[in-house]
Design a protein around this ligand. Structure first.
Ligand SMILES: Cc1cc2nc3c(=O)[nH]c(=O)nc-3n(C[C@H](O)[C@H](O)[C@H](O)COP(=O)(O)O)c2cc1C
Ligand code: SF4
Ligand code: SF4
Length: 309
């Protein structure tokens, strides 16, 4: 849930950043090889833990979970398993750029294919978009669904209000239903309505964002560190594009960016601010930050770090 400064955890993770010996090298390619024989292989992307939590629930004890932020570097991205799934957040009603790019460059062979997205307010056309993306790669999806959780998009959502929303109480039931559906190999694609399409069209007309890669940007355009930065380096180890570096004791954002806001949510000093992208408003509550309560900072670093690969 919303996480105040957790000094012990921050120090532990700082240790990970400075002494990479504390974290075993990420087993991206080794695990991909092993995964070829896996019964269920789940690819996930997660900036604040919701999708990682859901991926773990679907994975149970036996599945192999692979982080897309690591697997995107696999030079031989051919994956085979009895069941293959994708779990990630909804960004502007579609999958994050990194997820789209990973799917576009990889080959997946499985008897049963599923995709589950986590979202905060509206998933609208997501199932249709994902289905088409998969078709372009010659895959016929068996199951696509979405689970409503905390909305992490800070310009529109105050995390304190999100955590008090009755939707939070419905998460365990929603996750259990998705797990049961996938375990019984249900064939189901969440329907997209005309109203969903209108909502999505209205958003893209108003925001002027690119319809295929709406959140692909540069980190220096959307985030900056304030005077509260202590140069701990957590943002540098956490970013899925490695787009932060500490210069003279202060963190500076520069490089490719997913707009995932992982750096903003997980900075222990709350020292990262968002640069408003008109017509979006300024974030309503700078003090409220979020990480899924089942997921640790170390889990996110292990999933996304480009420095500790
Ligand atoms: C850049 C960005 C765009 C988002 N767009 C949407 C959206 O279109 N619809 C929605 O319901 N939630 C949206 N969200 C909220 C996330 O989909 C949601 O909070 C998700 O569970 C976060 O997953 P994670 O914790 O695994 O990163 C967005 C979040 C971000 C950071
Ligand atoms: S911005 Fe935050 S996470 Fe990054 S170095 Fe500064 S204090 Fe640490
Ligand atoms: S700079 Fe921040 S928002 Fe951009 S990709 Fe890195 S962690 Fe995500």
């Amino acid at each position: 849930m919303s996480h105040p400064i957790n000094r012990r955890e921050a120090l532990k993770v700082m240790g990970l950043g400075m002494l990479s010996t504390c974290v075993p090298a990420l087993p991206a390619y080794a695990s991909a090889k092993k995964a070829k024989k896996a019964k269920r292989l789940i690819f996930y992307f997660s900036a604040t833990g919701n999708s990682l939590y859901v991926a773990r629930q679907i994975g149970g004890k036996d599945a192999t979970l692979l982080s897309i932020s690591q697997e995107i570097h696999n030079e031989n991205p051919v994956y085979e398993a009895e069941e293959i799934g994708f779990v990630n957040p909804v960004y502007c009603f579609i999958p994050p750029t990194i997820v789209q790019e990973f799917i576009a460059r990889s080959t997946f062979k499985a008897d049963y294919l599923f995709a589950v997205a986590t979202f905060g307010a509206h998933s609208t056309i997501y199932p249709e978009f994902f289905d088409n993306l998969a078709r372009e790669r010659g895959m016929k999806m068996n199951y696509i669904s979405c689970i409503q959780m905390v909305d992490t998009y800070l310009p529109y959502f105050d995390i304190e209000r999100e955590l008090a929303d009755p939707k939070i109480q419905r998460i365990p039931e929603a996750v259990a239903a998705v797990v049961a559906a996938i375990n019984s190999r249900q064939n189901y694609i969440l329907p997209v309505t005309q109203q969903d399409r209108m909502l999505c069209d209205g958003y893209y007309r108003g925001s002027g964002r690119d319809r295929k890669h709406p959140t692909k940007t540069r980190s220096e355009k959307i985030v900056f560190s304030t005077d509260a930065c202590i140069g701990c380096g957590i943002c540098t180890t956490l970013c899925p594009h490695g787009s932060w570096k500490v210069v003279d004791g202060k963190s500076v954002a520069q490089g490719e960016c997913e707009n995932c806001l992982s750096c903003v949510h997980n900075c222990p000093q709350k020292a990262i601010s968002i640069i408003p992208t008109p017509p979006e408003p300024e974030e309503p509550n700078r003090n409220a930050r979020y990480r899924n309560s089942h997921v640790t900072l170390a889990d996110l670093i292990k999933s996304n770090s480009q420095i500790l690969r």
